[in-house]
Unconditional design. Structure first.
Lengths: 498, 259
């Protein structure tokens, strides 16, 4: 029972966000802060070094995906050798049932959860709560979201859409906090509440940022330490991990744990960088008695078989969301499912079906920022273009557009028809003024439209007097073509480029 | 993706691909491009059969229609030695997307796509990277302060960040100022602007705020489509500032105006 997608309501949901000034302010600031921090960290040594790191990380993930079936088998063997019990789940229902079975087997009543986008996808909390278990999200952002009865709006900063005042109100309303506007006091309050939940939990649930095949370990990164508590304090630890999270070696993990925090929060390293190797050994004082890994497919192997397989490289850093000018205006809820922003616009149709997410491939100006910042170089704009093509081929595009595009192609394959079209447009503009027909009317809703020129260029060209070639000056400073040193340089605020 | 290996365009005749929007709405910008190219001693022709690069259909997902129009483009420019266009977006379409529109088994169109991609240059890129000319030896009639808005496809598709700034730096009486978030999209995005007008407008409002806060009097960009979006919003929101195409700004420096 994968979470239902509301993505076909994208326009209406976006409209809600576009009318919420607090949200726009919070998202605008949160995304920009992370975007500039990423630039500072990722390219701290040099642009070349940052680019090199990206390419290395991309190659590590691509290599892992190429060898996915073999690496999964290797990972299973090595996980078991470390004492993990390994389960496989084909879909959300199976995954959740497995968690429930484990909980019952170990008489679990209370669950402490560290941040996991996969469990959002699976709707795990709802299933556990329906079975009478107490489930507490322990990542501060997720904790607030859970108290507020909402879903994460950002992969890394789930509560990015909320202002400090809104968070205060949630704590006061749901937990009876003494009102304060001091963020440190709010954090201290949440910390005190959560401490009890950690101590009372019988089971900890975590995700896994990476699954290291060669050692059979879970790579887990975090900043609050809550994940370390969830995976070591309770009697039972269950890690739910998507099969695409696999990496080949510890060295690959080292590469990826550099680009992940650099790209998401602009940190060189997260505060906690863990490699989990199973339950507590006989001679170890800490750690869970039982450790489970549930390897979840839930549509991933279907995506693996398509031209969109590379989207499975995603390491959920959120950099594309921070860089996306569309996401920056409205946050992630409008996308209507688990993942927002450019990666969400690609993953959502792949997971829930294109027919259930028809607006998302168009929810982009194709500006290319997402590809530029992606630490594993996923070509998101190309995937959005391919999804648009799929929409047309699967008849999900409106008939009006079909007709308009056919007519357009007829007009554009003849200079005569092209010129006639231009004349008609000019005549139409003279009659209609600012009011334009059909979808073009959407233009004049917010912007003025320029006048069509009385004479098109081709006519001006015909009456232009050209200097004869022999009279022309020779090429100024006709040096050989420069090696374009500027290529790949991105003007940013950071460089103070003028 | 690596750019196709390209021959130097020095000494070759330039076929101007003026683009459909410049042809119908901004013909004077097309004339500015010709003026500047002739100023540096380049022979320019205008293949009369040209229409559009096919980007509207391509971006909308209509690949068959895009292929049809791309084939027309090949025909219109079959004799071109070098193609120059005053648009980073159309140049990126020709350079990056044409080679993807056709497969090797398509035969001739595939070859034509590869060839067309390899000889096409964006205007500022042609001058600075192609000919190696950043100093056009031009001076504006009076002092002006500019800032550059990096149109997305030029910046991230072609890596053009510096070329237009290099040209402006060498332009007499021109000063270059900062524009905050100069690399962020203006919200145009082709059909995006009419399919999702309110989101497009939210992006535009951010751009307008940054333009209004910039010390520059005039914003320069390399794509008239983005220019149309930004000027449409600036005018609707009663801002005094305007966006100009790079070629029009450079052409102001030509003595005696247009030929």
């Amino acid at each position: 029972m994968t979470l239902d997608a509301q993505s076909n309501n994208f326009i209406a949901l976006a409209d809600v966000a576009l009318h919420n000034e607090d949200l726009q302010h919070a998202i605008g600031e949160g995304t920009r802060t992370a975007y500039y921090r990423r630039l500072d960290t990722m390219f701290a040594h040099s642009d070349e070094h940052g680019e090199f790191m990206r390419q290395q990380a991309a190659e590590a993930k691509r290599r892992a995906l190429r060898n996915l079936p073999d690496l999964l088998e290797l990972a299973e063997r090595n996980l078991k050798a470390n004492g993990f019990k390994v389960e496989w789940a084909e879909d959300a229902a199976q995954a959740n049932q497995l968690v429930l079975d484990i909980a019952r087997r170990h008489q679990v009543q209370s669950v402490a959860k560290s941040k996991s986008m996969l469990t959002e996808e699976l709707g795990t909390n709802d299933v556990l709560e329906a079975a009478g278990l107490r489930v507490v999200e322990t990542d501060l952002g997720e904790y607030i979201i859970q108290l507020a009865g909402e879903t994460p709006s950002h992969i890394v900063g789930p509560v990015m859409h909320k202002t400090k005042a809104e968070i205060r109100d949630v704590f006061v309303r749901e937990l009876g906090m003494t009102p304060t506007d001091n963020a440190e006091e709010m954090v201290a309050f949440a910390r005190k509440m959560l401490r009890e939940d950690f101590l009372n939990a019988d089971m900890g649930i975590s995700g896994g940022n990476f699954l290291i095949a060669e050692t059979g370990s879970i790579g887990l990164v975090m900043n609050e330490g809550n994940g370390r508590m969830c995976t070591s304090l309770p009697r039972v630890h269950v890690a739910l991990i998507g099969i695409e999270k696999i990496v080949d070696t510890v060295e690959d993990y080292a590469t990826l744990t550099q680009v992940l925090p650099s790209s998401s929060t602009g940190q060189k390293m997260t505060v906690y960088t863990n490699i989990l190797n199973g339950p507590a050994r006989a001679d170890e004082a800490d750690g869970p008695e039982h450790a489970y890994v549930i390897l979840v497919d839930n549509g991933r192997s279907d995506i693996y078989a398509t031209k969109y397989a590379e989207a499975l490289s995603c390491i959920r850093c959120g950099a594309c969301q921070n860089a996306c000018p569309v996401y920056r205006t409205m946050g992630g809820h409008a996308y209507g499912w688990v993942y927002g922003g450019p990666i969400g616009a690609v993953l959502t149709p792949l997971f829930v079906g294109l027919e259930n997410a028809t607006p998302l491939p168009h929810a982009s100006s194709l500006c290319g920022s997402c590809k530029q910042v992606c630490p594993v170089d996923i070509d998101l704009p190309r995937m959005l273009l391919d999804l648009r093509w799929d929409l047309v081929r699967e008849g999900e595009s409106k008939a009006g557009w079909d007709m308009a595009m056919k007519l357009w192609a007829v007009g554009m394959t003849s200079p005569t028809r092209f010129s006639l079209g231009g004349k008609a447009a000019r005549a139409g503009q003279a009659i209609m003024g600012e009011y334009m027909p059909g979808p073009l009317g959407n233009w004049s809703k917010h912007r003025d439209f320029p006048d069509f020129a009385p004479k098109p260029f081709r006519q001006l060209w015909g009456s232009r007097r050209h200097r004869p070639v022999k009279e022309r000056a020779p090429t100024l400073n006709p040096s050989p073509p420069q090696s374009p040193a500027s290529r790949g340089k991105h003007p940013t605020k950071r460089e103070g480029l003028k | 993706m690596a750019l196709p290996v390209r021959e130097s365009p020095v000494g070759k005749r330039v076929s101007l691909f003026v683009t459909c929007i410049v042809d119908m709405i901004y013909p004077n910008t097309g004339m500015s491009v010709v003026d500047i190219l002739e100023h540096v001693g380049v022979e320019v022709d205008f293949p009369p059969d040209q229409t559009c690069c096919a980007q509207p259909a391509f971006n909308a997902g209509y690949r068959d229609e895009a292929r049809t129009v791309a084939k027309h483009f090949f025909k219109a420019f079959k004799d071109a030695e070098v193609i120059v266009t005053p648009s980073g977006s159309c140049a990126a379409m020709v350079r990056h997307e044409y080679p993807h529109l056709f497969a090797p088994e398509d035969g001739e169109p595939f070859q034509q796509a590869q060839r067309t991609a390899s000889i096409t240059w964006e205007f500022s890129e042609f001058l600075v990277d192609g000919l190696g000319i950043a100093n056009l030896d031009l001076t504006l009639p009076e002092k002006q302060r500019f800032a550059v808005h990096d149109a997305c496809h030029g910046l991230r598709g072609l890596g053009l960040g510096q070329a237009s700034r290099d040209l402006i730096r060498h332009l007499g009486n021109a000063e270059l100022a900062e524009l905050n978030e100069c690399e962020v999209c203006c919200g145009f995005g082709g059909l995006f602007s009419v399919k999702m007008p309110d989101i497009s407008n939210a992006m535009l409002r951010n751009k307008i705020d940054n333009i209004n806060a910039s010390p520059a009097d005039t914003i320069i960009t390399g794509d008239v489509s983005c220019l149309t979006q930004m000027n449409g919003g600036l005018s609707r929101n009663k801002s005094e500032k305007r966006v100009f195409h790079l070629a029009d700004v450079l052409a102001q420096g030509l003595k005696g105006g247009r030929a």
